[in-house]
Ligand binder design. Structure first.
Ligand code: 6PG
Length: 264
């Protein structure tokens, strides 16, 4: 957990978080590299703390990662010590085709021996998005034992990035970007004409590890802006994900990286 001021007192200085950009040739290479990182993070967390708490990303990119984990690690990972949350969720019921929970359930949960009690989906059947967000925030506080002013530290948060530079449901120039105290909020997204429920930046930045998975040519302009541009974070929210004490790894394929200037 991170109470940021408390952590700074204890540590005396802010550890400069590391940012690593891993360029993979194909999407499949990207998913294999991300699966290795997932397994590494899970193994380390369980060895050190007896459990692994991960926030899954939604959308389409991570489906292949989840399917790979289900196919290759179905019997080798200690699923009973692994706890699954969501970085964001659409405000639709869990069986809706747009639901991130449904996508993760179909590609992963239904294929491996995860105890149902280890899966914490956002209660989006509640027609009140603010109430769903508040309930999910309490779920996080209860699981992590996070008191007011403290931010839970996920062992791993998986994130995607949209062509507009959004991540989770932190869309450009939306209110949630500016949230500094809540863990989870409902965020009205004008261009989608819908509310989303999303973890806030303080939670993303309190993680021990954050892994972005970015694949495809349509992401190339935003990826250049986020990683190399000097535009404001309000316009490219992925740029605001800078874990204070944790690792930040960008898994990008050749198409998504095609507008990056840096050779690294
Ligand atoms: C969501 C995601 C969102 C996603 C990006 C990229 O709920 O859609 O959390 O942030 O990661 O929009 O989506 P794709 O992987 O589908 O390109």
């Amino acid at each position: 957990m991170r109470g940021c001021d408390e952590q700074k007192r204890i540590l005396g200085k802010k550890v400069t978080a590391s940012r690593e950009i891993r360029k993979l040739t194909t999407p499949q290479d990207l998913f294999h590299a991300a699966a290795e990182e997932f397994i590494r993070a899970a193994t380390e967390a369980i060895q050190k703390r007896g459990r692994f708490a991960v926030a899954l990303s939604g959308g389409s990119t991570p489906k292949s990662l989840y399917a790979l984990l289900a196919a290759n690690a179905g019997t080798s990972l200690p699923w009973t010590q692994m706890f699954f949350f969501f970085g964001d969720e659409r405000h639709v019921p869990p069986a809706h085709p747009d639901s991130n929970y449904r996508m993760a359930n179909e590609s992963l949960f239904s294929k491996v021996p995860i105890p149902p009690g280890n899966i914490f989906r956002v209660p989006t059947e509640n027609p009140d998005a603010d109430a769903a967000a508040a309930a999910y925030e309490q779920t996080l506080r209860d699981f992590f034992g996070a008191k007011p002013g403290e931010f839970p530290s996920f062992d791993l948060i998986l994130l995607g990035m949209g062509p507009d530079g959004h991540t989770a449901s932190l869309f450009p120039e939306t209110a949630a970007i500016r949230e500094k105290s809540r863990l989870v909020v409902a965020n009205w997204v004008e261009k989608l004409q819908t509310s989303r429920i999303t973890l806030t930046l303080p939670v993303l930045n309190a993680a021990r590890s954050v892994a972005f998975l970015v694949s495809g040519i349509d992401k190339a302009p935003a990826l250049h802006e986020v990683l190399e541009g000097d535009g404001p974070g309000e316009k490219y929210p992925s740029k605001l994900v800078q874990p204070e004490y944790g690792r930040l790894i960008w898994f990008v394929d050749r198409a998504a990286a095609s507008e990056l200037r840096s050779a690294a």
